[in-house]
Each structure stands twice: as C-alpha cells, then as structure tokens.
Design a protein around this ligand. Structure first.
Ligand code: NDP
Length: 302
C-alpha cells in the first residue's frame, strides 16, 4: 500500500480518509481548520500534519478533497507548496468535484516536475463514503490510475476511467446537474400536486413505481423533504458550483442546452437565498416559497 496523505477532512473527505486510516496503512492528514484533523488523528492514529507540505513530503500519493479546484491549485505554489514538496513519481489524486480547465492546468504544472495528476471526483454521498462504496470517476493516464487503484479501492466500489485529465470532472458535473434538475423538477411537480389536492405521500408512491422516478423522488423527497428533516450532508453551494461547471461545459462545447443553463440560474438563485450552509435538498424550499405550498402539507409556505 502506498504512503498516502489526505488533505481536506470535510463532510465527504473525512469518511473517505477514515478508510485510508486502517491498521497497517501509513496515512498523514491535514485540514485547514486544525481541530478537525487533530480529532481525526487522535481517533484513527493517522499522522497529523501542520501544513499541506508537511503532510505530503514523503508521500507516494496525495489525495485532496476541497470545495473547488482553485482551492487545490492554491496548495501547489510557493516554497512550501505541493509542487516543491512532492517527489517525482508521486501522484496527486484530486477527489474534489472540480472543473476541467483548472485540472488540466494543475496536471501540466505537476507533469513538468514528473508528478502525476488524476481528477477523481466521487459520487455516492456521505453514506456511500462511510460504507466505502463510492463511485470514483477518473480523468488522466490509465497507467497512473493503475498505480493508485489500491488507494481508490479503499473508499471506492466502482472506479471508472473516463478519459483524459478533466473527463472525471466533466462527468461528475453533468451527473450533479441531473441531480439538481431532479430536485427542482420533483419539487415543482409536488407543489403543484399539493395545491391540486394530491398529497405528496400519494404522489411519490405512484411516481416511484412509474417512469418519472429518480433518486430525488425515491430517496431525497421521502426521507428529507416530506419529513422536513433536511439533514445537512452536501452543501447547496457545492451543487450550485457543479451545475455551473456543467453549464460552462455545454457552452464550451457550443451545444444548445437551455435546461442546463436555466438549472444553473435556479441553483445560483437558491444558493444566494439560502446561504453557504444550506443543504442541496433545501432548494425544494425555494420552490415551495415560490409556489405557496409545502410538500407534505405541514404548515404554510409563507
Ligand atoms: P465541505 O464544505 O464539507 O468541506 C470542505 C473541506 O475543504 C473542509 O475540510 C475545509 O476545511 C476545506 N477547505 C475549504 N476551503 C479551503 C481552502 N481554501 N483551502 C484549504 N482547505 C479548504 O465540503 P464536502 O466535503 O462536502 O465537499 C468536498 C468536495 O467533494 C466538493 O468538491 C464537493 O462538491 C464534493 N462532493 C461532496 C459530496 C457530499 O455529499 N458532501 C458528495 C460528492 C462530492 P475547513 O474544515 O477548514 O472548513
């Protein structure tokens, strides 16, 4: 097993890193807010690093999982950056749901020093990360992927080589744009049905054995919206970022994609309205407010 550093112990990074901290593995961790990394290191026995460079110094593989690609890029430069610290032959595996252009820029800067790069965003959510059952979509050299595969297999059940650097990012963004469309569309349909006198429980029961079903209708709405639980597992701000990347991709490829563009606008609006800490499923509350009904019928929508 390669020597690994994990940078970014956030909502999904932390349960991913936990699988790399198994007995017999050599794991170093760093997190911007040191207290989170301290707690993780105390709990798992991983080596605690005070800086990204200290975490990465003697490592074969560095895994990053930060909000956006630019956050990862900001760790590369300077005397104490990853470019100056990583040894030739090492690989940076970026599990951030990133943007292809920044990934390509990072890959080129690292390649100039003999360091490999893979964009390797994940899907499956926090529960998938806890179970070690994520899907990992990888962009970059197939041979580099084979070298780091044992690391990815610690938290990933399905590991897919998608193409050149940036391909994993592009696919992840499109997947999440579909998630966003399903959340918004399901919310609009259920608000309309509530107002027409059809209860959400009845509507979801039918939709979920019919052709309109999705992960949103089968899991997110029954578990989080109808119950009003709205647990915070994946920030709306991050989904807004993902839909924006997918909309940019469509523009760059010069395709007509009005649904992607409007979904990007809707999620930017919801993010602005609900703030940095809101969960992605809370976007349904914006649809409820606009429509004047609560999905599940509890209380008034103001
Ligand atoms: P969180 O906001 O929960 O955590 C972000 C992490 O990045 C924290 O460790 C945070 O440190 C750190 N961080 C934030 N900004 C910087 C910065 N400028 N420099 C260094 N570190 C920084 O995000 P998630 O863990 O939810 O998401 C991480 C990535 O994974 C995102 O790209 C997201 O889209 C993707 N993702 C998330 C999923 C989910 O279900 N949550 C599912 C699939 C993909 P600090 O503790 O100091 O705030």
């Amino acid at each position: 097993m390669p020597r690994v550093a994990f940078l970014g112990l956030g909502a999904i990074g932390l349960p991913m890193a936990r699988h790399l901290a198994r007995p017999g593995h050599d794991l170093a961790v760093w997190n911007r807010t040191a207290s989170n990394a301290e707690a993780f290191a105390a709990d798992t026995g991983a080596r605690l690093a005070a800086t990204p460079a200290e975490a990465a110094r003697d490592r074969d593989v560095v895994v990053t999982c930060l909000p956006v690609s630019r956050d990862v890029e900001s760790l590369l430069g300077g005397a104490d950056g990853l470019l100056a610290t990583l040894q030739p032959g090492a690989v940076l595996v970026d599990c951030t749901s990133g943007d292809p252009a920044t990934s390509r820029r990072m890959a080129a800067a690292l390649a100039a020093r003999g360091i490999g790069f893979l964009d390797a965003p994940v899907s499956g959510g926090v529960s998938g990360a806890e179970q070690g059952a994520l899907t990992v979509m990888v962009g970059g050299d197939a041979s580099t992927l084979e070298r780091v595969r044992p690391v990815l297999e610690c938290f990933g059940k399905k590991i897919v080589h998608c193409g050149e650097v940036g391909a994993g990012d592009a696919l992840k963004a499109v997947n999440n744009a579909l998630l966003a469309m399903h959340i918004w569309g399901t919310a609009e349909g259920l608000v309309a049905l509530e107002k027409a006198g059809v209860k959400a429980e009845v509507a979801l029961d039918v939709i979920n054995t019919s052709s309109g079903r999705s992960n949103a209708s089968m899991n997110l709405f029954p578990d989080r919206v109808v119950t009003r639980a709205f647990p915070r597992t994946f920030r709306l701000a991050l989904l807004d970022k993902d839909v924006g990347i997918a909309a940019d991709l469509a523009r760059e490829q010069k395709i007509t994609a009005p649904l992607l563009q409007i979904t990007a606008e809707l999620f930017r609006m919801a993010h602005t309205e609900l703030g940095q800490d809101a969960d992605h499923v809370e976007a349904a509350q914006v649809v409820e407010r606009l429509g004047g009904a609560i999905i599940g019928g509890r209380g008034g929508a103001g």
